[in-house]
Ligand binder design. Structure first.
Ligand SMILES: [Zn+2]
Length: 68
């Protein structure tokens, strides 16, 4: 299954990425259960761990279980 990174934005700073979550396909609900904006920026899962902003630890753990 295809995974994508999807951005969670800062509440008081629109457009500023707070945390990167992982979603399955085009889901707007992250693997950790957090609901994200449909229009939120996405990145290839290859960028996990390579962004300046932090990654969601729960999503990371679940992702590693699905993608060896
Ligand atoms: Zn998450």
């Amino acid at each position: 299954m295809q995974h994508l990174m999807r951005a969670e934005y800062e509440e008081d700073r629109p457009g500023a990425v707070k945390t990167w979550h992982m979603v399955r396909g085009e889901d707007v609900v992250a693997m950790c259960g957090r609901a994200l904006q449909a229009g939120a920026k996405t990145l290839s899962d290859q960028e996990w761990g390579r962004t300046a902003e932090p990654d969601c630890h729960t999503c990371g753990a679940m992702y590693l279980r699905e993608v060896p």
